[in-house]
Design a protein around this ligand. Structure first.
Ligand code: NIG
Ligand code: FE
Length: 402
C-alpha cells in the first residue's frame, strides 16, 4: 500500500471502537495520504507499506489530536484584580453587576488593535498546541459591536493561519449587555444587523448565547437562534451555569450542536438534549475556578446517552486555563468522569460538539490525520498527572506540527 507517512511501533487510542471505550490497539500502525488516514490497525494485520516516511514511535501512545471545543481565547487585558476581589469574598455575579466581569474585558478588547489582540492571544494558543491540540473553537463576545466582534473573529482566523491548527469560529455577540445599552435593543441589533453581516462575511459558523439571569433571557436566546437559522449558522448555548433557565431545552429544540456548562440542567433538559442529539460540553475549569458546588448531572446525562464533551472554556474571568490535560484531571477529580470519558471528551465527543464527528476526533480511515503522540505508559497517565506535559509530538493533517 502506498502512503505518505506511516507511524509504527505505537499503541493507539483510536476512540473508534463499538461502545464508548478508547478503542485501544496495542502495537498498531497509522498511515496517511494527503493529510488523511488511510489505514489504522494492529501491526500484525498491516499491509506492506511503500511509504515516503516511516516514523518509529518507540512504543509511545498515539491519540487523535486533542480538540478544545469551547474557548474564549481571543481577548485583551486580564482579570487578576477581579480574582483578588473574589478572594476577598465578592462573587462572580456581584462583580458582573458592579460593571466588572465580562464588561471589563470588553473595554480592554475594544481598545486593542488587531495586532495587539493577536499578540495577546498567541501565547495562549501555543500553550494549547504544546499539549497536543489540533482543533480549537474560539468565540467572540468581548467586542459587543459589529466592528469589535469582527475584529476578534479576524484574529481567530489569523491564529489558524499562523499555526498548524484548525480554528472553528463562533459568534457570541449575545455574551453580555454592552455598557449603556438596553438589552432588548442590543439583541435586536445582534439579530437584525450583526448575524446577517457575520454570516455574509463567513466570519463564524455558529452562534452562541449566554442565557442566564445576569445576561440574556430564554426569549432573547430564541430570537438569536431564529436569526442564526435564517442565516445558516449552527447553534450553541451557555446554559444552566448559574441557574436553571431551561436554555439547554430551548437550544435542543433548535437542533443545537451543544449546550455548555449545564450545572443546573434538569430532567426535561436532559430529555430534550437526548432527543435532539445535542452534546453536553462540561467545563470543569470554570466549575473549579468559580468554586461552584452544583455538579452537572453527569450520571443522568450518561444514563440518557447524551454525548459528554469536555473543554477548557479558556477565558479571563471564570477559567483562565490553557491546559486540556489539567481540565481532564479536573473532570475526573471533580466530576468523577472516567479516564475513557475524559479522553473521549477532548477528542471524539468534542468533534461532535463542533459538528465534525465525521472528519476529526478518532483514528479511523478517511478522517483527517491529526495525531498527538505521547510519552506515557497507559492512557490513564494523561488524566492522572497534574501540571505535567507528556506530549512527544503533534501531527496536523499528516504533517509534523511543532
Ligand atoms: O464561559 N459564562 C459566560 N462566559 C464565560 C465567562 C466569561 C468571562 O467572565 O469573561 C464562561 O464562563
Ligand atoms: Fe464559555
Amino acid at each position: 500500500m502506498r502512503c505518505d507517512t506511516v507511524w509504527y511501533n505505537a499503541h493507539l487510542m483510536t476512540l473508534d471502537a463499538a461502545g464508548n471505550g478508547l478503542g485501544v490497539i496495542r502495537d498498531g500502525v497509522v498511515a496517511s495520504v494527503q493529510g488523511h488516514i488511510v489505514h489504522v490497525g494492529p501491526a500484525s494485520a498491516a499491509p506492506v507499506f511503500a511509504a515516503d516516511e516511516r516514523i518509529d514511535c518507540n512504543g509511545r501512545w498515539i491519540s487523535p489530536g486533542l480538540i478544545d471545543c469551547h474557548t474564549h481565547l481571543v481577548y485583551a487585558g486580564n482579570r487578576a484584580g477581579e480574582f483578588e476581589q473574589r478572594l476577598q469574598g465578592a462573587s462572580y455575579a456581584d462583580i458582573a453587576r458592579a460593571g466588572g466581569g465580562i464588561v471589563s474585558t470588553v473595554r480592554a478588547t475594544r481598545a486593542a488593535s488587531e495586532a495587539e489582540l493577536l499578540a495577546a492571544s498567541l501565547p495562549r494558543l501555543d500553550a494549547m498546541l504544546a499539549e497536543g491540540v489540533t482543533t480549537l473553537e474560539i468565540k467572540s463576545g468581548y467586542g459587543l459591536t459589529l466592528v469589535d466582534e469582527a475584529k476578534q473573529l479576524h484574529v481567530a482566523r489569523q491564529l489558524g493561519q499562523l499555526r498548524k491548527v484548525e480554528v472553528v469560529r463562533t459568534f457570541l455577540g449575545a455574551h453580555a449587555i454592552p455598557p449603556g445599552r438596553d438589552g432588548q435593543d442590543y439583541i435586536d441589533e445582534v439579530c437584525q444587523v450583526m448575524i446577517p453581516a457575520i454570516a455574509a462575511q463567513a466570519l463564524a459558523e455558529a452562534v452562541d448565547v449566554f442565557c442566564e439571569n445576569i445576561a440574556f433571557s430564554p426569549a432573547q436566546a430564541q430570537q438569536v437562534f431564529e436569526a442564526a437559522q435564517r442565516h445558516g449558522l449552527a447553534i450553541k448555548i451557555h446554559a444552566e451555569q448559574l441557574s436553571n433557565q431551561h436554555g439547554a431545552e430551548l437550544a435542543a429544540r433548535f437542533g443545537a450542536l451543544s449546550a455548555d456548562h449545564v450545572e443546573h440542567l434538569d430532567d426535561a433538559g436532559i430529555a430534550a438534549m437526548r432527543t435532539a442529539g445535542t452534546t453536553a460540553v462540561l467545563l470543569p475549569g470554570a466549575f473549579y475556578f468559580t468554586r461552584d458546588t452544583t455538579l452537572p448531572p453527569i450520571g443522568k446525562l450518561r444514563e440518557a446517552g447524551v454525548a459528554l464533551a469536555l473543554a477548557t472554556d479558556s477565558n479571563p474571568g471564570t477559567s483562565p486555563l490553557t491546559s486540556p490535560l489539567l481540565a481532564m484531571n479536573m473532570a475526573a477529580t471533580l466530576f468523577r468522569m472516567t479516564v475513557d470519558e475524559c479522553i473521549a471528551g477532548f477528542t471524539r465527543e468534542a468533534a461532535r460538539a463542533l459538528g465534525r464527528h465525521g472528519r476529526i476526533g478518532r483514528l479511523a480511515t478517511g478522517l483527517e490525520c491529526n495525531l498527538a503522540i505521547w510519552n506515557i505508559e497507559a492512557p490513564a497517565d494523561l488524566v492522572y498527572r497534574m501540571g505535567f506535559n507528556p506530549l512527544h509530538a503533534r501531527v496536523f493533517r499528516g504533517e509534523p506540527a511543532p
